[in-house]
Design a protein around this ligand. Sequence first.
Ligand SMILES: O=C(O)CCC(=O)C(=O)O
Ligand SMILES: [Fe+2]
Length: 419
Amino acid sequence: MALPAGGFAGPDPGFDLSANPSFTLDYKQWVSPQATPESRAAFVTSLRDTVVGLGFFYLKDSPLEEEGRKQNMFELSERFFALSLEQRMKIDIENSRHFRGYSKFGDERTQSRVDHRDQIDYATHDAPFSTDVSAQTPFLNLRGTNQYLPDIVLDGHERMVTDWFARCDELSFQLTVAIEQALGLEKGALTSFVSSTELDSHSESGGKVAELKSLPGVTQGKALQYARMKMIRYPLGELVDGIKRTVDSANANISTQGVGAHKDGGWLTLLATSRVGGLQVQDLSGRWLNVPHNEGSIVVNFGQQFEVVTQGLMPAATHRVLSNTPEQIALGADRLSIAYFSMPALNAIMKPLPQESFGKEVREAYARAQERWGSDEPVSDVVRKDLHAPLEPFGIIAWRGITRSHPGVVARWHQGVPT
Ligand SMILES: O=C(O)CCC(=O)C(=O)O
Ligand SMILES: [Fe+2]
């Protein structure tokens, strides 16, 4: 197969995803007044190639770019991180048994090593389950309300985050519809279990990739829709908020781990970046590729439940963020990002689809990807099946992922609860 324009035949540590046009998809081809059946078909074809080949791509001209929305969110993020630590700690994540709120610098770990970032976590805003019910089913503690600073301290916090979250919900739904087509699946096969949009309003069939587990305290047949979002900062400097950057035991250098190598645990991630780079994705052969900020685009990638459903045909991309690197120090600015994670419903049991359900185009695209990256078996810095739990509801996986990232919340609210 001919290499795509921009070529990357051999190992090239400097390879940059934005340099190759085949990794940028145009959302206007899929949803916009100008979209035509031909442009929609072209979008589905490009999506199939990027999803199967890497699982990481830029999406340009999505609604998140409209009306200055993205700039306004980054401006909100800058205002938040400019507040004193004392003010930021008013919404400390440890105040919340639902794992929502601010985590200070150095509090999070990936693969047992410290991540050098601080962030606010949000999730679908819902009335919490009673403590009786959630004691029986610990992951029901994930449902609940967010923490926001009052407008007088951070003007627009709740309003802007709520708006961004809702738009990401809709965008992730629209992309999931496109993915159903890219995989040759029936309409509703995926959307009915992964979207935060109400089940019945969109789906026609459903029941293909998951079933809902009945749980005490939960109405039979009701999907517990759930998504998360984070506003993240990767600050420069060896000392942040009085906390020291750690030293890498392997080489005695100051750590550049912004967030360590991982695969997202859920379904689909929408990541808005600011101009400071540092994000990298691992290709199928294990090489790290740079994913710099691309003006007018967000980054989209897939989580491990996508890997489960496609039986590994579409591995979730392993990625990481380097921070406080010489390039970033030269730029003199912190990296900021806003990540939205769509997930299966908490009570959905995801089922691998039989291989025959994928169209032959999918298998062909996979063969092309293996050739492109020179790899038969995907190589990753993350253990295989990290967050897979066959025959268990997704909530168990979500609970496992979040409890290992935030031991402080577990110590405060969930001592003795299985994680
Ligand atoms: O901040 C970024 O650019 C990536 C964040 C990320 O991968 C995550 O939080 O899962
Ligand atoms: Fe991630």
